[in-house]
Every structure is written in C-alpha cells, then in structure tokens.
Design a protein around this ligand. Structure first.
Ligand SMILES: [Zn+2]
Length: 498
C-alpha cells in the first residue's frame, strides 16, 4: 500500500504495513537543496502517483536539522520541533514539481503564520517537519527545553535538585505548602494543559486522516489492544512508608471485593517490606514493582548516581521478580530510564503541571524508550487531586477515564495507600472501580501484561493475504486488524472491523 524511502516512525508505531525502498529518496539525486523523504502510495487506482514528502533529518552526510526549533500550532494541536518556513522550502518545492500551494497554515508561538503544509494538484503533500521527531519531542518531554534559555533551565534544575534532596527532611505540612506554592506558578502554564492535553492525540488523528486521503482508501493497522478490547484499565500503587504497608487493604480491599488486580511498587531500603505482604499480593495475582531504592531523589539524579544505585535496584528487582519500575516523585531522565534494565517504566505522566518535575509526555498510549516500554500515568495522582488541589470528590477521575475510553486509550492510575486515610480517596477509588466493573469493552490488565502485549504488537506486522490482510508475529492470536479512515479520526477513535 505504501513504499517509503526510509523508516517511517508513525507507521512503525501504529503497525501500518509499508516497505522501505531507499531508491525512493528524493534527496539521493541531489535535485533538492533540502533533505526530503518520500512515502509513496502503491497500487493507486486512479490519478497521478501521490506521495507524502517530509523534511527528514539531514541526510547525505549533512548534520543537524533543517528549520527552526520551536513551538507551533496546526489546527487543534500544539507541537514542537524543527519546522522550515515557507521561504526556505519554496525552492525545493519548485524542484519537486508544479502547482504546490499552502493547504494548511502552521503558526509560531507568537501566533504568526510561519509555515505551511503544502499540497500539489495531484494531492501529494509536503510536511515542512519530520513527524517522527514530533512524536519523539512529546514522548521524551524534549519540548520542555524548547524556547527556554539555558540559564533558566539550569536555575530550574538547581531548584529541583534542592527540592528532591531536602524533601525527605521536610515535615509533610511544609512539603504541601511548598507544593501548593509551586501549583500557583504551574497552573499558569499553557502547555501541557491539565487534566487533558490532546495535542499528540490530535496530531496522530490529523496525520492518519491525511494518509488515508492520500491512499484513497482506509489504511490498515494493528489494533491497539488485544482480544477485541477497545481500551485498557491499569491500577498501580506506590507504597511510600510503613503506614502505606499497614494501610494497604484500604485500597486492596475494594479491588478484591470488585474483582480487580493491581500492581504495588515498594521502596526496598526505606522501610521493611515484609515477605509475607509480597507473597499475599502474588497469591492474589497482583504484581510487585520497584519504587526507587530509598525514595530520596537520588536514583536518577545523574548518570553517576544511577551507576551507584543500579546494583541495589537490580538486586531487589530480582528478589521480588519485579519487571516494572516507578520512579519516586516521578523523577525521570529520558536517556537514563532504559539503563534501569526493567521491562517497563511507569514514571511519566501524560500531563502533570503539579509535580516537582512538571511536564508530561502527552501520550495516553504506551510507547518505547529504546527497548523499554513506557507506560504513562494517565489519571491525576490522588495526592494532586485531593491534597494539593483540594478536590471534594473524584469527578475528574471519572470524566477523564470516560474520555480515554472514548479515545481507545489506556487509563493508568496511581494511588497511594499512605494517603488512604482520606475518605475522598477511598470513596473516589471505589466509585471508579464500580463505574467500570461491568464494562466488557475494557482490558483490565497488570502493567507487566500491557508491556508484554506492546512488545508482541511491536514484533508483529500486517501482510497481504489475498484481498485482505493478516497479522504475522506474536500478536497474531490476540490481535485484530483495524482501518483508519479519511475523516481525520485517530486510529483508536473510530475504526471499522476488517
Ligand atoms: Zn513515592
């Protein structure tokens, strides 16, 4: 259906079939002054051949990226990356053919028209940016560095280091006052929005609609969830202190009663983790994970600190047969996470301006960081909702979970037994469990099961089979084929059965 001059990250992610044909590269014959990649529609029934062209990372030995790094707006989404202005691409477009016109406008962070998505008379499309890099900027939170002077970043990082180091010594009321003070500042941030940041989702919806229009027919992809389920619900808990160990049943009790399983992350060297507690959780088919080594903000403080801590972390991972990691206070560093050696990490949130390290990957689906699966936390934490923002009930949880269900996304929730003496938390938690209890569209899974599925999905591909498609690889038994259509909807949003 498609041939591409190079790897096309968007299709890799959604498992859309295509073949790499390096001969298709536009830049190979040096006709254009910019590095242009091409995705060509194959077996096109009518009209002149159509392609998606996009500005790649520099090729042919050149280094760096083309365009200006910044924050941009296209339709209903904000995105970050290198974008080439109209003036910079005109010459290249002239070399690529005739009749190019700006089909959609791209605005810069000041709201001025800066660039465009171009189209020609045949319906080919030119993107003045690399869509794979755009996704990466969200996932890695690389966008947080965009448009901030280095000096501001360093100052911010110094404050953060101070916070992590001082935090264990601060009495809880002082910690809360500090966090609420942070909140007033962070509440003003316009990106990511809270409690829902749709930009990455809308970007994917826009691009998949564009590709289906380009192909002139629905585009097949490997469904996001197994067994025909349309969304995922994952329950996780971090146990912060001894009190959390004692109060475990305040959250585990209602789960048990309503038939749910969950994952429990413990801190090996902060309090005594009783073998008996771990055994009972395992007997109930729950999962055990590692929540840092000491919960002191040092595990991921630097490459050097991590190297010191890693043997201890790995030792407890093996003892507990844990395959998952949750960083204390969601401290995270994109380059360091895969070094932890776990199957999955779950330390990123889709959006959380209220954490000491604010930000968000904007994804409510799993994704990869090298070989590690990242399972983002996609509902606000109990602590944020009730202690910092003083919400009276769990309305935000329910509303966002319903929205994520509509988006065919993953609801991954983090609650703490340590705070479960707050009736707003226990009532709200039970309310949520009851709300989705009889829902037969949901895949209720442990994080390790979601990570395993995401790997199987990644190692599987769609292949032609007669007039249709079949799944090849480890996801063939449980996977389904879906189709993204031209109406601009996200693959997960609305898709027809194969
Ligand atoms: Zn914690």
């Amino acid at each position: 259906m498609f041939d591409s001059s190079c790897q096309f990250a968007f299709f890799d992610y959604f498992r859309v079939p295509y073949a790499v044909q390096s001969a298709l590269a536009v830049g190979n014959d040096a006709r254009t002054s910019l590095p242009v990649n091409r995705l060509a529609v194959t077996q096109q029934s009518v009209g002149a051949p159509r392609s998606l062209l996009w500005l790649g990372p520099a090729i042919n030995g050149a280094t760096g990226s083309v365009g200006r790094l910044g924050r941009y707006q296209l339709r209903d989404f904000t995105f970050f990356g290198h974008v080439a202005a109209d003036a910079a691409v005109r010459g290249t477009l002239d070399q690529l053919g005739r009749g190019w016109y700006p089909a959609e406008r791209i605005f810069d962070s000041a709201g001025a028209q800066y660039a465009a998505v171009w189209q020609d008379a045949n319906g080919s499309v030119f993107l003045p940016f690399d869509p794979g890099r755009v996704m990466q900027e969200f996932w890695s939170e690389g966008y947080r560095q965009v448009g901030r002077p280095a000096i501001a970043r360093q100052a911010r990082n110094a404050v953060l280091r101070g916070y992590y180091l001082a935090r264990p010594a601060l009495p809880r009321p002082v910690q809360l006052r500090l966090r609420r003070a942070f909140t007033r500042v962070q509440g003003r941030s316009t990106f990511p929005r809270w409690p829902v940041e749709d930009s990455l989702h809308n970007f994917c919806a826009w691009l998949s609609g564009l590709l289906a229009r380009l192909a002139g027919r629905p585009v097949p992809f490997l469904d996001l969830w197994p067994d025909g389920r349309t969304w995922a619900l994952v329950l996780t808990h971090d146990v912060e202190t001894d009190a959390g160990c004692r109060n475990l049943d305040l959250l585990r009790g209602p789960e048990r009663e309503l038939g749910y399983r969950s994952s429990w992350n413990f801190v090996p060297l902060r309090y005594r983790v009783a073998e008996d507690t771990l055994r009972r959780l395992r007997e109930e088919n729950c999962e055990v994970g590692v929540h840092g080594l000491r919960h002191d903000g040092r595990d991921l403080g630097s490459r050097r600190l991590l190297a010191k801590r890693l043997p201890g972390i790995r030792d407890y991972a093996d003892r507990w047969q844990a395959v998952g990691f949750r960083s204390p206070a969601t401290q995270r560093q994109w380059e360091l996470m895969p070094r932890l050696g776990f199957d999955y990490d779950s330390s990123y949130t889709d959006t959380d301006p209220y954490e000491p390290q604010p930000g968000g990957c904007c994804s409510y689906l799993p994704y990869f960081n090298q070989s590690m699966v990242e399972l983002p936390i996609t509902l606000p934490q109990d602590h944020t909702l009730f202690s910092i923002l003083q919400n009276p009930d769990a309305e935000v949880w329910i509303r966002k979970a319903q929205l994520l269900r509509e988006h065919h996304a993953m609801v991954l929730m983090l609650t703490h037994p340590d705070y479960a003496d707050d009736p707003r938390l226990t009532r709200g938690y039970r309310y949520l469990l009851e709300e989705f209890r009889g829902d037969d569209t949901v895949w209720h899974a442990l994080p390790r099961e979601v990570a395993a599925w995401w790997r199987e999905r990644d190692r599987s591909a769609l292949r032609r089979a007669g007039d249709g498609w079949r799944i090849e690889g480890p996801a063939s038994a449980r996977g389904r084929i879906q189709f993204a259509t031209a109406d601009g909807l996200h693959p997960g949003l609305q898709a027809q059965k194969s």
